[in-house]
Design a protein around this ligand. Structure first.
Ligand code: ADP
Ligand code: MG
Length: 710
């Protein structure tokens, strides 16, 4: 019979059903429960832990906290006991130490009592339990000692993710180990060719790919396991960085852009006559980076990171002036009406006297005003358009958009951003995305690995650091006292309440109750209180925000709607209620609303008395630092990469073995190597990169969303 076509495919592309011991039924469950379709999938599904089967416990040494244990001894008795739910098979295992341990089974009793042989030596393995003062293992894994793995076989047993269904089908830990052994019997070294260039393998003293993949599943010792982990982490990060940097190379080769080679009269006039302060060194550096980008004839795609208050708006504005000087329009899009309008106000303020045409567009600009604005925009009578996501609607047509800036970019979906790209022909506008959510370096290199990243790592001078303290609920009186003191000095206060969607109704009720209480403690007419939350109509919300901004109210009670960008320099105290319910980066964003003026500012973190370890750690970090990057690093450590704001959409952070919270050093090395290789051979066409190139193609073929990163 001719070999089926599938056998021509590379071994790792073949269905798991090709493996002896895997029929269609098992293949189906593997696919459904674990997304394991091919032999390659099986190979790349690494164990999540290992059991050291070289170590045996002495039964006489066991204590209730011994955990998962392995003992070796003679089965001295085996009896059925109890009735009903307590009906069970009980065995006793006695080892060299002279002590005995109870082994208990509640299921499969009939079968098991015929399998186990009293008087034989067994190895029992499982979690130790204490029941009525007696130590036992329930449903231990049992092996006849004479069948125990020899030293030639794995002594570290892998444990894989599994499901009830897989267990029932014999694909439990033991079944999976068997599959992997069978797979490795079939795999030849040429099925797993080396993909990392030779000089790197030598430089880093990496073991071969074949050895690493074998040892990640079937290590013979801790040392073998460590070497496999090291190689595979490097390989994963190296391939990822190569891919990301390659995308960038390709994009730069394909996406031509307008060359802004002129620093003209508009920029220069603004710089000499209107710039209200000296730029910080960080702002100057970033402007240089942007200017370089704009002069290359390639579309700019730059991410500008800078902590709250670091002065991103000015950098954005001056970039827009470069566009204007080269005869183009520019726009800036912000995620909320409040933020967009704030940009409009500050930018028209900065530009007053410059004779530039700046306009504002949101969903609330309607009717005649909107029609006129759109006509002026299309005619080129507007230089700078600021607004909300209304900007990306198809009816908004520019005459010649040269630059699009997106503020708080993580608030926008990838598709929304892509809509700005098509706002100009033949070349797309240059794109600058700004974010105040500091992203740890390792994440930025990955989630935004194909973007150019600029960082403003310096705050403008004259800011007084925010003093942050932690109070528990029963010290609320003190807190109200502090608010009164600040207001007596003519300052304003924020009080922030958590509002999460699942709990929205309750949270709103709580806010209402808190408002009643505040009216008592801060009675009119001496005090005026604003309330703002996400469920209010936008108009009402904006009105309340405006009253606070204008100083008509001294206290702003709000949910997290004030999180980003709102700028009221006179507000010098913020109280965060139920601090434990906020995430670290959210707390950092919130706190950034104070400390925006020259006055000393305070942030009081109120929490309940009882706190989880993690909450306590978060609060501690907040009281110790105001550095957004340090906070982001801590957040990454505490919550893992998938949860970090600004990266959720990225999907490429799911890694098999590397850990962005821990493997920063390997990542940096891998990225440098990837860069060096692409600098020599951008399309990986040299013979020494052939297997690397083939593997990359193959490996990322299936990964969705790659083209959409940025
Ligand atoms: P963010 O980076 O959070 O968007 P902004 O651009 O809103 O920060 O700037 C915060 C405040 O700092 C604004 O009031 C702005 O005018 C001021 N600012 C920006 N750059 C400087 C500077 N170089 N020197 C002094 N103040 C500055
Ligand atoms: Mg801003």
């Amino acid at each position: 019979m001719p070999a089926p076509a599938a056998n021509k495919a590379p071994l790792l592309d073949r269905s798991v059903a090709h493996l002896p011991g895997v029929g269609p039924a098992k293949a189906k469950i593997l696919a459904e429960d674990l997304q394991i379709h091919t032999l390659g999938d099986l190979l790349y599904a690494y164990p999540f832990r290992y059991v050291d089967r070289t170590q045996f416990h002495r039964i006489c040494d066991l204590v209730p906290s011994s955990g998962t244990i392995q003992v070796r001894g003679i089965l001295t008795t085996l009896n059925v006991k109890g009735e009903g739910r307590a009906f069970r098979l009980v065995g006793r295992l006695r080892d060299d130490s002279g002590a005995a341990l109870e082994l208990v089974w509640f299921k499969g009793i009939n079968v098991l009592q015929n399998i186990f042989i009293v008087g034989e030596e067994y190895i029992a393995y499982g979690p130790l339990q204490e029941f009525n003062g007696r130590l036992s293992i329930t449903h231990p894994e049992m092996d006849l000692a004479r069948n125990a793995p020899t030293t030639a076989e794995a002594t570290f047993e892998p444990v894989y993710a599994s499901t009830e269904k897989l267990n029932r089908r014999g694909l439990d830990a033991r079944g999976r180990r068997k599959l992997i052994r069978t797979l490795f019997e079939q795999l030849l070294p040429q099925d797993l060719p080396e993909i990392i260039p030779d000089h790197l393998v030598r430089e880093l003293r990496l073991e071969s790919r074949h050895a690493a993949l074998r040892n990640i599943h079937l290590p013979g010792s801790q040392a073998e396991l460590d070497a496999a982990i090291r190689r595979l982490k490097y390989e994963e990060l190296f391939l990822l960085q190569l891919r990301l940097l390659q995308l960038k190379v390709v994009r730069e080769a394909q996406v031509a852009g307008y060359t802004f080679d002129r620093i003209g009269t508009i920029f220069n006039r603004f710089y000499s006559d209107f710039l209200p302060f000296a730029l910080t060194n960080a702002q100057k550096r970033v402007l240089k980076e942007i200017r370089y980008d704009l002069g290359r004839g390639i579309q700019m795609n730059r991410l500008l990171q800078g902590d709250v208050g670091s002065g991103k708006t000015m950098v954005g504005l001056m970039t827009m002036l470069m566009a204007l000087d080269n005869g183009f329009q520019a726009c800036l899009m912000a995620p909320t009406e409040i933020l967009a309008f704030q940009h409009y106000e500050s930018i028209t303020g900065y530009l007053a006297g410059m004779d530039l045409r700046v306009a504002f567009l949101s969903g609330n600009v309607k009717g005649k005003a909107r029609r006129e604005l759109l006509a002026a925009l299309a005619a080129g009578d507007i230089d700078i358009l600021l607004g909300t996501h209304a900007l990306i609607e198809p009816t908004v047509v520019f005459k010649n958009l040269g630059l699009a800036i997106i503020d708080e970019q993580h608030r926008f979906g990838v598709e929304q951003r892509a809509k700005l790209w098509v706002k100009n022909k033949p070349y797309p506008p240059h794109v600058l995305v700004m974010t105040a959510t500091p992203i740890p370096r390792t994440l930025a290199m990955t989630a935004y690995g194909d973007l150019d990243v600029s960082v403003i790592d310096e705050l403008p001078p004259g800011r007084t650091p925010i003093e942050t303290v932690h109070f528990t609920e029963h010290r609320r009186e003190r807190v109200f006292g502090r608010i009164r003191e600040e207001i007596a000095k003519g300052r304003q206060a924020y009080i922030v309440y958590p509002l999460i969607e699942e709990n929205e109704k309750l949270d709103l009720l709580a806010l209402e109750a808190a408002y009643e209480e505040m009216l008592h403690r801060f009675p009119r007419p001496d005090y005026q209180i604003s309330v703002v939350h996400g469920k209010m109509k936008p108009d009402a919300k904006d009105q309340e925000m405006a009253r606070f901004k204008d100083g008509q109210t001294q206290i702003m009670m709000a949910t997290t709607v004030i999180e980003v960008g709102v700028n009221v320099p006179n507000a010098t105290i913020m109280v965060i209620v139920h601090t434990e319910r906020f995430g670290l980066s959210q707390l950092h964003q919130l706190r950034g609303r104070v400390g925006r003026g020259a006055e000393a500012s305070y942030c009081i973190l109120l929490s309940s008395v009882k706190l989880s370890k993690e909450s306590r750690e978060r609060i501690k970090i907040m009281t110790e630092t105001t550095d957004g990057f340090k906070i982001a690093e801590a957040d990454l450590r505490l919550r893992g990469p998938g949860m970090i704001d600004g990266t959720q959409q990225s999907g490429i952070l799911q890694m098999r073995i590397a850990d962005l919270a821990q493997d920063g050093v390997i990542l940096a090395v891998a990225r440098d190597h990837a860069k060096a290789i692409l600098a020599q051979d951008p399309h990986l066409q040299r013979p020494e990169h052939a297997s690397l190139s083939a593997h990359l193609e193959q490996f990322y073929k299936s990964v969705r969303g790659w083209g959409r990163i940025s």
